[in-house]
Write a protein that binds this ligand. Structure first.
Ligand code: FNR
Length: 190
């Protein structure tokens, strides 16, 4: 069975290494996963004045999350935290109150940085936010990429066998996790 995965890239930069990582992950993902990017760069800055009349961009974001079987967040770390564009998108998806689009969505969190800890601090904060939003997350394996342009080609090809094997393993585990959470959701209890 195919699962629809909506992925968000937490960077708006044209040369984003996280966009490259997202391409690499899509290349090694099992055929059971079908990917659609969920745009985050077109959203206004959220505030609750919008709750009574969500703009088209906000509605489109919520519909994209809700029509996905699983969510994958591929994000840089900015100042040891979640990039503002991604946090803004999550805030849009979480509201209006009582209509949180992330609830019970199986979620994966990965990231690449030019620093040695590979977005570990931002990922930890993202996990806190997703926990609050009742979005179950794949806990292990974790993906902290210290980006090396010799390992990743611009189109997402992976030139290092062990990195390719590891990311393939991650995507297989993510697929199995999505299936498990959907089974639990369908059963209506844990
Ligand atoms: C960074 N960078 C960064 N790296 C890191 O490992 N930890 C950090 O806290 C930060 N902080 C930070 C803040 C801001 C505002 C910028 C622009 C950058 C460096 C970051 O890893 C590098 O720019 C990556 O290329 C960002 O990923 P994208 O945007 O290329 O996908």
């Amino acid at each position: 069975m195919a699962y629809r995965i909506g992925y968000m890239v937490g960077s708006l930069a044209t040369g984003s290494i996280n966009r490259i990582l997202s391409k690499a992950l899509l290349k090694v993902a099992p055929d059971d996963l079908e990917f659609t990017e969920i745009e985050i760069g077109n959203l206004p800055l959220y505030n609750y004045d919008y709750d009574s009349d969500y703009p088209a961009e906000g509605r489109a974001l919520k519909e994209a999350i809700e029509s996905s079987d699983g969510i994958l967040l591929v994000s840089p770390e900015y100042n040891r935290s979640i990039p503002g564009a991604l946090k803004n998108a999550i805030d849009w998806g979480s509201r209006p109150w009582g209509a949180n689009s992330f609830a019970r969505k199986p979620t994966g969190v990965v990231g690449a940085s030019i620093g040695a800890i590979g977005t570990a601090v931002a990922q930890s904060q993202l996990r806190s936010v997703l926990s609050f939003l009742d979005a179950p997350q794949l806990n292990s394996p974790e993906v902290y990429i210290n980006f090396d342009p010799e390992v990743f080609g611009e189109d997402g090809e992976i030139h290092n066998d062990s990195t390719k094997e590891f990311l393939t393993h991650y995507m297989n585990e993510y697929c199995a996790f999505v299936q498990r959470v959907l089974d639990v959701n369908a059963a209506g209890h844990i």
